[in-house]
Write a protein that binds this ligand. Structure first.
Ligand SMILES: Nc1ncnc2c1ncn2[C@@H]1O[C@H](COP(=O)(O)OP(=O)(O)O)[C@@H](O)[C@H]1O
Ligand SMILES: [Mg+2]
Length: 260
């Protein structure tokens, strides 16, 4: 593998439940190469979103290391941290809660271009139109408010915003889980196209092995904060070794069809 974009080692995070500390994430290590999709799978509460927050440094780990593009990400601060943050982005399940619902689409896409100084004021409308086209939306959508557009359109806007800074990694936490099946398929295809064209790595979090089989190269299956098993996605899903892997496969009946 090429030098990894993201390398996480021995990550741990404890929370308290009923006064007792418990590990939400327990000794988790993995890495993601350029243009690779690594999926995090596991039942609800297994620690997937906590890992996403740790990787994005929205929360700090108790122990562990996060290396992003070869740099010790947890040691960065100030301008160095801000510059590095432009290189990775995130897309969550519900863009309505991630954005101001009354903001226009243009405003949502203008922010990263302005904040990271990627285009001058006069260039930005053109860049916004190009971003919209890139994710399969009409330029006319720019004037609409976030709350006025459909869930699928909103998720395309979230993806357009994520790629505006030309990131090397996007963390997607249940990014297609709230979409109905046909829209979900279109968004997954868009993600695959963008990955091929821009060589973006994805940390793709999902509880749905059908979706993971369709997009991920490798998968890490979590059980109560620990890695139960990991490997090539299709091989693991075809022949899970861990109890939790077997249970997740058994709970996804459409895996038995040839296409998810
Ligand atoms: N801020 C928090 N405070 C206390 N417990 C938390 C917090 N965030 C998550 N947890 C707990 O940590 C565990 C893992 O949660 P999470 O990472 O959200 O799982 P997943 O995304 O796989 O559903 C769960 O038991 C959850 O209740
Ligand atoms: Mg979650």
């Amino acid at each position: 593998m090429n030098a990894p974009v993201l390398a996480v080692s021995n990550l741990a995070k404890h929370y308290r439940r009923g006064g007792q500390p418990f590990p939400a994430v327990d000794d988790v290590s993995f890495s993601i190469g350029p243009a690779e999709t690594l999926a995090l799978a596991g039942p609800s509460g297994s620690g997937k979103s906590t890992i996403a927050r740790l990787v994005l440094r929205l929360i700090e780990p108790d122990v562990g290391r996060v290396e992003f593009e070869g740099a010790d990400f947890l040691a960065l601060s100030g301008a160095a941290l801000r510059a590095r943050r432009a290189r990775f982005q995130m897309v969550f399940q519900d863009p309505l809660s991630a954005f101001n619902p009354r903001a226009t689409v243009a405003r949502v896409l203008d922010d990263p271009l302005r904040i990271h100084g990627l285009a001058s004021r006069t260039e930005r409308p053109r860049r916004i139109a190009a971003l919209l086209e890139r994710v399969g939306l009409e330029a006319g959508l720019a004037v609409r408010a976030i709350h006025e557009i459909s869930g699928g359109q909103r998720q395309r806007v979230a993806i357009a915003r994520a790629i505006a800074t030309r990131p090397s990694l996007i963390v997607l936490d249940e990014a297609v889980s709230a979409l109905d099946v046909s829209v979900r398929g279109q968004i997954l295809k868009l993600l695959l196209d963008l990955q091929r064209q821009e060589r973006i790595a994805y940390l793709f979090i999902s509880h749905d092995l059908g979706v993971i089989r369709a997009v991920a190269h490798r998968v890490v299956i979590l059980d109560a904060g620990r890695i139960a098993e990991s490997g090539e996605a299709r091989a693991v899903i075809a022949n899970p070794q861990s109890a939790i892997g077997k249970a997740l496969v058994a709970a996804t009946p459409r895996l038995n069809r040839t296409r998810p």
